[in-house]
Design a protein around this ligand. Structure first.
Ligand code: UD1
Length: 362
């Protein structure tokens, strides 16, 4: 491994909750070798969706906060594009680094491409094959524009080879495993279980936030109906969009115990670690559950993480109440796959270091 320092300047773009988590380990590694400038688009702005992550994960304060907030895809992405363009022109970075698949990711990539600044994409190559997801559009377009494609898994590398992307592809592993390993001791100190009165091994953690589930009243109703039939206590930290859609669609009659406000990373993973299972439509949580040896029931029709299916930690049930209940029942008795192999497939917690190496020798 090279130990060289570089004076290169990296401008990193974050904006949404999962990007703060990914930036925590990567930013630490980058700042040992590069000058990093952090741009926060403001896509997520509630204290519980943004500030708590910066505070508890020790992420440096953003150098540029664009305060873009919510809006339609065009309005939100357009405002970010203009703001990031100004930041790039001011900072003159050697690289623009973007994470994942949100509108902040695409805006960062597009702004950099137009200014001819090389783009590095962390979590390149993920595909669901579902072009109706805004995330899939963001992924494909960002990968097409990127110069350095930092893929988490073997599968992601194969997707990029098939698409003949112009940039360099490196398989570096998954930075969310880095984050998990980095913050495991802090997680162990969380008092979330006691505060919520939960007994280890005797509750399920639920999250639902994807547009495909929240914006379709039939899908959202089916998921809530399935959850209400579970014979285990549920804790459901709720994304503000989901709360809003439940109100819009008049689904409050499907309310069950366990609905709480969004949690920070440390409390969330402390809950996942001791749960009997996770039910989610999040991409990140599917992996985090598996990394921690907890079975996951995924409330979607596809996953970007086939390794979690292959190794027996994950089951896809779509938005179907009966399949949800059945999968939750068998998740508890399912023989577990190898956690060691799963960690190995996701880079063993060394992705941030490999990203630095790739930026030093692209
Ligand atoms: C975004 C990403 C999604 C990612 C998720 C992580 C896109 C297209 N989607 O979805 O891939 O998994 O972040 O959480 O980029 N809201 C608040 N407070 C906030 C943020 C949002 O109340 O701090 C509400 C607003 O009503 C807003 C809605 O949530 O309109 C949706 O927010 P938005 O940023 O558009 O997308 P997410 O659903 O969070």
């Amino acid at each position: 491994m090279t130990s060289g320092r570089s004076m290169s300047k990296i401008l990193s773009v974050v904006g949404a909750r999962p990007q703060f988590i990914k930036a925590a380990p990567v930013s630490r590694a980058l700042r040992r070798r590069f000058t990093e400038v952090l741009v926060h688009t403001g896509q997520h702005y509630d204290a519980g969706m943004s500030d708590v992550f910066f505070r508890e994960l020790g992420i440096p304060a953003p150098d540029h906060h664009l305060g873009v907030g919510s809006g339609s895809h065009g309005a939100q992405t357009g405002a970010m594009l203009a703001g990031i363009e100004t930041a790039i022109m001011t900072e003159k970075p050697d690289w623009v680094l973007v994470y994942g698949d949100t509108n902040s990711t695409l805006a960062g990539a597009l702004a950099a491409a137009k200014l001819h600044v090389p783009i590095a994409h962390v979590e390149a190559g993920l595909r669901s094959g579902n072009w109706s997801m805004p995330e899939e559009i963001n992924r494909v377009l960002t990968d097409a524009a990127s110069d350095l494609l930092l893929a988490p898994t073997h599968d992601a590398v194969e997707h990029l080879a098939r698409e003949h992307v112009h940039g360099q592809v490196r398989r570096v592993g998954d930075v969310m495993l880095d984050a998990l390993k980095l913050f495991e001791p802090a997680m162990a100190r969380s008092a979330a279980l006691e505060t919520l009165g939960l007994e280890p091994g005797h509750y399920a953690v639920v999250t639902v936030h994807r547009a495909e589930n929240t914006d379709d009243p039939a899908r959202l109703a089916a998921i809530l109906a399935g959850l209400a039939r579970l014979d285990t206590p549920v804790v459901f930290p709720m994304h503000p969009r989901t709360r809003q859609r439940i109100a819009d669609h008049g689904l409050f009659d499907l309310r069950s115990a366990g609905w709480i406000d969004p949690l920070g990373y440390l409390d969330m993973l402390a809950l996942v670690r001791c749960a009997s299972m996770v039910l989610t439509d999040s991409g990140g949580l599917q992996k985090e559950a598996a990394f921690l040896g907890v079975p996951c029931v995924t409330l979607r029709d596809q996953t970007e993480w086939p390794d979690t299916l292959e190794l027996g930690w994950n089951t896809l049930v779509g938005a179907d109440a009966d399949r949800l209940v059945e999968a939750a029942r068998s998740a508890r008795s399912r023989p577990s796959g190898s956690i060691a192999e799963l960690h190995e497939r996701f880079g063993g917690g060394l992705a941030s270091e490999r990203i630095c190496e790739a930026l030093l020798t692209p």
